[in-house]
Design a protein around this ligand. Structure first.
Ligand SMILES: [Fe+2]
Ligand SMILES: [Fe+2]
Length: 287
């Protein structure tokens, strides 16, 4: 059950820098996309600690030592992710997007309620479901990286791509934990749909607040650009989410992208080469 992950997960402490000069429109050509990504980033310091708490509870129910080891490495990776997002989110809020504080308060409340009032089965199905979505997003971001991040601020692009490289890397862990403890197929599908809708709900609230602050929410042109990006999200995310819902699905059967492999291999040789990506040449492989 636990032997799906090829190689051991690596906990990378990435030395990203988020100085005050980061523009909230970090992709100048695509302010709506900038805010969609930042909206998802806003959720991470609430969502990922919740995943860690859930997996810590699941550890007590897992018998396989190999899977327990993977779960602990998974928790350490997620711990790094949300700390980096926290620093980036604080910059955004400091730039005057104070309406995000209200969205944060609501997320804090809901994830605490999940901890207190929901079963471990629900929380673990949520974790498994979120990871299924994250794997699909990882593939999309890597495949479409030139369009989505080309010419953007490398500090933000590098943060997001590092995060989702590791989402691809730990694709099996929450799935295997859910299978080991519960394994019910229909509830796993429910968890996937629930987690996807829940994260999308909060990301939407956040980007809506940012676009309102920019005065773009009422602009037809901006709304059309936003709608096109949302369409792109659904076009790219529908196939992976559908394949997750097929009985017998296992994330280890999802083939890893070549650029992902190159990123991992390059980090193994020279970690500085991947900390700051060249956003003017994202099609290039490292090795
Ligand atoms: Fe993560
Ligand atoms: Fe993850």
């Amino acid at each position: 059950m636990a032997n799906h992950t090829p190689g051991e997960l690596v906990v990378r402490k990435m030395p990203f820098e988020f100085p005050e000069d980061i523009d909230p429109h970090w992709n100048k050509d695509k302010p709506e996309w900038s805010h969609m990504v930042s909206g998802a980033s806003l959720a991470m310091p609430f969502l990922e600690p919740y995943l860690i708490r859930t997996m810590r509870k699941a550890l007590e129910r897992i018998e396989s030592d190999a899977l327990k080891k993977e779960v602990k490495l998974y928790m350490a990776q997620e711990g790094q992710h949300f700390q980096q997002h926290r620093r980036f989110n604080d910059i955004l809020i400091g730039k005057g997007y104070t309406a995000l504080l209200e969205v944060e308060a609501q997320m804090k409340k809901e994830f605490e309620e999940f901890d207190q009032n929901r079963s471990l089965k629900f929380n673990l199905a949520y974790a498994c479901g979120f990871e299924s979505m994250a794997l699909g997003i990882g593939h999309w971001l890597v495949r479409d990286r030139e369009y989505l991040f080309g010419g953007s601020d490398t500090r933000v692009a590098s943060l997001i791509l590092w995060h989702f490289i590791e989402e691809v890397e730990h694709k099996n862990v929450a799935f295997d934990a859910y299978q080991a403890v519960y394994g019910n197929y229909f509830y796993r599908v429910f968890g996937t749909l629930y987690a996807t809708a829940h994260v999308v709900k909060f990301s939407r609230r956040a980007y809506q607040a940012m676009l309102k602050k920019d005065g773009l929410w009422g602009s037809f042109r901006s709304r059309w650009a936003l709608l096109k990006m949302i369409g792109r999200f659904f076009v790219n995310m529908t196939p992976p989410l559908m394949s997750v819902c097929v009985p017998g699905h296992h994330p280890s059967n999802v083939k890893d992208p070549q650029w992902y492999r190159d990123w991992i291999a390059t980090y193994g040789e020279d970690e500085h080469a991947v900390v700051v990506l060249d956003t003017d040449n994202l099609q290039a492989s490292f090795s």
